[in-house]
Design a protein around this ligand. Structure first.
Ligand SMILES: COC(=O)COc1cccc(COC(=O)c2cn[nH]c2)c1
Length: 243
């Protein structure tokens, strides 16, 4: 298979969604080797304890380093990338998805409670492993499982052979030189008294392309002005500047 993905979590059933659709088919076709592991399989006590109280006090519980260490020592391989979904991580973007899609082995460690003992990331970094603490956005979830699903879908769909039509990968929603997607329409031409813009029915493909670019620019300037600022000089042509 092109990519191997392991997920370690105390809620393995959360990842059952990965048996469906694209990712599910790719697994059946052997394109993707995805395995989900229950962290509690590496506990040593009768209660299968994975957490304990935080040093320094404070509310909540912290996930124990020894349990995670036994699990990750078994799941990780030399060439693996360890990904820790966390609110305090670097924000995951399409750039990360593009990069991680070329990795040979991704291991997601899903934290719960107040987090995983910080020495886990520190230890595996010290061994030279590529360790990424990644956030999927500025909000707090109860655990890393949903974030792992997001990242696995974003990466999985880029794995060659995963998506039915590779064409659909080209003009991505953050494609078109880092702009938001233009509005899309389909039949019927009139719905709830609203008409599809006439130009789109005209067949003038050059004008349609220009209209789409203008709409993408307008939307980006309105909703994500910081993305306009981030465009490099080549992204805008003289017509855009006039907008
Ligand atoms: C070193 O990593 C850790 O300690 C991870 O610990 C936790 C603790 C609570 C929740 C989560 C899940 O991630 C998010 O909530 C999250 C990710 N993106 N946006 C929100 C992870």
């Amino acid at each position: 298979p092109d990519v191997r993905i392991d997920v370690v979590t105390i809620f393995p059933e959360y990842l059952a969604a990965l048996d469906l659709s694209l990712v599910g088919k790719a697994r059946q076709r052997g394109l993707l080797d995805l395995r989900v592991h229950d962290l509690r399989d590496w506990t040593t006590d009768r209660h299968r304890t994975v957490d304990d109280t935080p040093f320094g006090g404070g509310a909540g519980m912290v996930m124990r380093p020894d349990v995670w260490g036994r699990a990750l020592d078994e799941v990780l391989g030399a060439g693996a990338t360890l990904i820790l979904p966390t609110p305090s991580g670097e924000v995951f973007t399409q750039r990360h998805a593009d990069e991680l899609a070329t990795a040979e082995h991704l291991v997601f460690a899903c934290g719960r409670y107040e987090g995983i003992d910080a020495r886990v990331a520190e230890h595996y970094r010290a061994t030279g492993l590529d360790v990424r603490e990644l956030s999927i956005g500025d909000y707090v979830l109860n655990g890393g499982e949903v974030a792992a699903l997001v990242m696995i879908e974003a990466v999985g769909r880029l794995v060659p052979g995963m998506v039915g039509n590779p064409e659909s990968l080209v003009e991505e929603s953050h494609g078109a030189a880092g702009l938001l997607e233009y509005p899309v329409y389909t039949k019927p031409p009139r719905w709830q008294e609203i008409d599809v813009p006439d130009l789109l029915l005209s067949g003038h493909h050059a004008r349609i392309d220009r209209w789409r670019r203008d709409e993408a620019l307008r939307r980006t300037a309105g909703r994500r002005p910081e993305m306009i600022a981030a465009l490099d000089g080549t992204a805008l042509d003289k017509h855009d500047v006039a907008l």
